[in-house]
Design a protein around this ligand. Structure first.
Ligand code: ADP
Length: 287
């Protein structure tokens, strides 16, 4: 908390001690406090899986004669190390998204390409959970994979001026969450649209939803609606913080609609690229 307590003596009213609240923490100190919290959180998040791994490794050594036990504990070791890896990757993404130098590569790019790359990054996970991902442009269904576009009618894809990697990271995290927080055999719909000079990239799921009181907190670093569930199923608690940074650094906005038990809709809104904005052809960063 950034509230300080100051006790003052007010002589006129009989030498009593009064407690008043003041809130004079300077920006600098507030920043320091946030940074300290962050480091504490990171340490905690790293320590948990790291501790589990070493414990499990000991156990698996002790259980060397029992193949079932070895299989079980090895499985848990892989799960914990996957969690550790995800956290480290997210920390790197967050660092990049927060540093002003990280986002200088704003070019005219295709929002549909961004959506497709984000979907591709999550396809294995979606398949394993039997979640169907569909994609549309201005309301018209299009294939999720570029390779299938040859047989599909061409659509004019909305263009944005943004850093390709940052936007891909932003949308990838939204799709990842949409799959993660949905029951099996549901659909995640990704929609790209352009209207009135604005491009939106929307990710809609039919998942567990987010309680109203948590809606404005989910973009905070390490905030989770259900920490116990997250511990169980993985997740770094950083995904949405990264997404928000990536979007803001590119001059966009992100909003969320959700109802508990019905699903969630995340919408990224960016200005449409002007025709004269540079095409991203110089370094051939196709995807
Ligand atoms: P995590 O790694 O825990 O998913 P995020 O920053 O990506 O961290 O998300 C923060 C929290 O917001 C999650 O722990 C979850 O409680 C909630 N959340 C995010 N996306 C969704 C979604 N599509 N449906 C339901 N809850 C979500």
């Amino acid at each position: 908390s950034n509230t300080m307590y100051l006790r003052v003596r007010i002589g006129d009213i009989g030498d009593d001690l009064y407690a008043i609240f003041i809130n004079d923490m300077s920006e600098q100190r507030r920043f320091e406090a946030v940074r300290r919290d962050f480091v504490t959180n990171v340490s905690h998040e790293l320590k948990t899986p790291a501790g589990a791994i070493s414990l499990l490794a000991e156990t698996v050594t002790d259980a060397a004669d029992d193949p079932d036990a070895v299989r079980y504990f090895s499985g848990r070791i892989s799960k914990e190390s996957a969690r550790l890896t995800e956290l480290v990757h997210h920390l790197i993404d967050l660092q990049r998204a927060q540093s002003p130098q990280g986002m200088i590569n704003a070019r005219r790019i295709c929002a549909l390409d961004v959506a497709r790359a984000a979907i591709a990054d999550n396809q294995v996970q979606a398949d394993s959970r039997h979640v169907d991902i569909c994609l549309s442009v201005n309301g018209k269904p299009v294939p999720t994979r570029l390779a299938d576009d040859a047989v599909a009618p061409q659509v004019a894809a909305p263009m944005i001026k943004a850093d390709r990697e940052a936007m891909q990271t932003a949308v990838k995290n939204l799709v990842e969450n949409a799959i993660h927080y949905s029951p099996e055999h549901t659909t995640v719909a990704v929609g790209v649209a352009e209207r009135d000079g604005k491009v939106t990239i929307r990710v809609v799921d039919q998942g567990i939803g987010i309680p109203a009181k948590s809606l404005d907190r989910i973009f905070e670093r390490f905030y989770r609606v259900d920490p116990a569930r997250s511990r169980e199923t993985g997740g770094s608690g950083l995904g949405l913080a990264i997404t928000k940074h990536c979007v803001q650094e590119n001059g966009g906005r992100i909003s969320v609609w959700s109802r508990k038990g019905e699903g969630s809709t995340f919408t990224i809104e960016l200005p449409a690229a002007a025709d004269e904005d540079d095409e991203s052809t110089q370094d051939g960063d196709g995807a």
